[in-house]
Design a protein around this ligand. Structure first.
Ligand code: NAP
Ligand code: 3JM
Length: 341
């Protein structure tokens, strides 16, 4: 295993902080780790694994000598700097939606399509958080029984929208209990025309609307799922909702498989042995996944598996995972580990 020089762009953010934590915790063989963010953060110090790192401004020259660059500073920063990093010899693992649907960019979940890593031309895209946990849980089912239809509704945590959204939920919760006026400035997104409180609410808008009536988050889930599964005939629909949960996205997923005669026990047996998946499914013991208990865990938790009451090939599942870990930082670090192995 060759030792490598690593950069993290967006190192002060919700995802970047977790990337540094995961690299440290998993003893990633980095000779050096360079933290990059905006000019505002230059000089700031961040501690991890007993070391103190200084944050630098993101510039094209900052990528000189870098082998692997993780990007999580938003799509526009990836568009501006990813090619600068590649030009200087780095492989970019990009957490934004900037390159995910580019036909020359592999979109990878290591448990599902690691073979795609062989075909990169400098940039590898990390899928959207809601997509990652869903395809990781459905892969064993798809492989054994085929999968032709899926309908997902998400219940997404505020940490998916960054540090400012986490702070806003905390502040609004306090404003609510103090009975003072609730200030809403961040969600559904900073650039939205109108903002709504997230505390004690549910917002059925993540990212902006497309003329189709779907939000971009919903279209990301639909298009990325087809690309990762390499199945453009699969019927996929999504509704994405933001909830007042700090960490952990939850998903209600309806699937139709290609075969009749498959039981709930068959699916439980498959998921029990699947990599990165934890089966939590015992209604009699009230055992099912919940985001509060998925926080800081690497795995994808699956439960509430039921047969549809009308459709013989239909099943319902409840899938939960820490959106900042398997949904972002962990998946990116796993991609880097696959690359250097
Ligand atoms: P965040 O907490 O708001 O952090 C944003 C980061 O971007 C900060 O480090 C910030 O640095 C940096 N940044 C902002 N402007 C910059 C500039 N001009 N040049 C360089 N760095 C700049 O957001 P987050 O939740 O970590 O998410 C960041 C991005 O990651 C998102 O926009 C999204 O594209 C992606 N993301 C992906 C997933 C996934 O599903 N895989 C999940 C969440 C997020 P300062 O502190 O200096 O401002
Ligand atoms: C921009 O929970 C979320 O809001 C999803 C995470 C996210 C993304 C993403 O990964 O798709 C937040 C903000 C993006 C993006 O499009 O890059």
């Amino acid at each position: 295993m060759k030792n490598v020089h690593v950069a993290i762009v967006g190192a002060t953010g919700a995802v970047g902080t977790k990337i540094l934590e995961k690299l440290t915790e998993r003893k990633f063989p980095a000779d050096s780790i360079k933290l990059l963010a905006s000019k505002r953060s230059a000089g700031k110090e961040i501690k991890a694994g007993g070391k103190t790192y200084t944050v630098h401004e993101t510039t094209p020259e900052a990528f000189e000598g870098i082998d692997i660059a993780f990007f999580s500073a938003g799509g526009s920063i990836s568009e501006k700097f990813a090619h600068e990093a590649v030009k200087r010899g780095a492989v970019v693992i990009d957490n934004t939606s900037a390159f995910r649907m580019d036909p020359n960019t592999p979109l990878v979940v290591p448990e599902v399509n690691p073979q795609e890593l062989a075909n990169h031309s400098g940039i590898i895209a990390n899928p959207n958080c809601s997509t990652i946990q869903m395809v990781a849980a459905l892969q064993p089912i798809k492989e054994k029984y085929g999968l032709n239809r899926l309908i997902v509704s998400t219940y997404q945590a505020v940490s998916g929208a960054g540090v400012e959204a986490i702070d806003e939920l905390a502040e609004q919760s306090k404003q609510f209990t103090d009975r003072s006026e609730i200030q809403a400035e961040v969600l559904p997104s900073a650039s939205a025309q109108r903002h709504y409180p997230i505390a004690f609410n549910a917002i059925p808008q993540i990212d902006s609307f497309d003329e189709s009536g779907y939000t971009l988050e919903e279209l990301k889930m639909i298009n990325e799922t087809k690309k990762i599964f390499n199945d453009y005939d699969m019927s996929v629909a999504a509704t994405c909702v933001r909830l007042p949960v700090v960490s952990g996205h939850s998903e209600s997923v309806y699937i139709e498989i290609d075969q009749e005669g498959v039981s709930v026990e068959d699916l439980r047996g498959l998921l029990k042995n699947a990599p990165g998946i934890v089966l939590q499914d015992d209604p009699a013991a009230q055992l099912y996944p919940m985001p509060l208990y998925a926080e800081d865990k690497d795995e994808v938790f699956v439960g509430r598996i039921r047969k549809d009451l009308n459709e013989p090939t239909g099943f319902h599942l409840w899938i939960v995972s820490d959106n900042l870990l398997k949904g972002a930082a962990l998946n990116s670090v796993q991609i880097a580990e696959e690359l250097i192995n």
